[in-house]
Design a binder for this molecule. Structure first.
Ligand SMILES: [Zn+2]
Length: 46
């Protein structure tokens, strides 16, 4: 049986690093992957 790994529910907004495009915690000030502080947040509207 396949087990699907679901990411955390990000229905309200998606926060990504503008440098590497990794998902970043909304509370994070910098990207944990590359250390860039260029964080972009996108609000997902229904
Ligand atoms: Zn990054």
């Amino acid at each position: 049986m396949l087990r699907r790994i679901l990411s955390r529910t990000t229905e309200e907004s998606v926060v990504e690093c503008r440098h590497c495009g990794a998902n970043v915690e909304p509370e994070a000030d910098s990207c944990p992957g590359c250390g860039s502080t260029e964080i972009a947040s996108y609000e997902i509207g229904s």
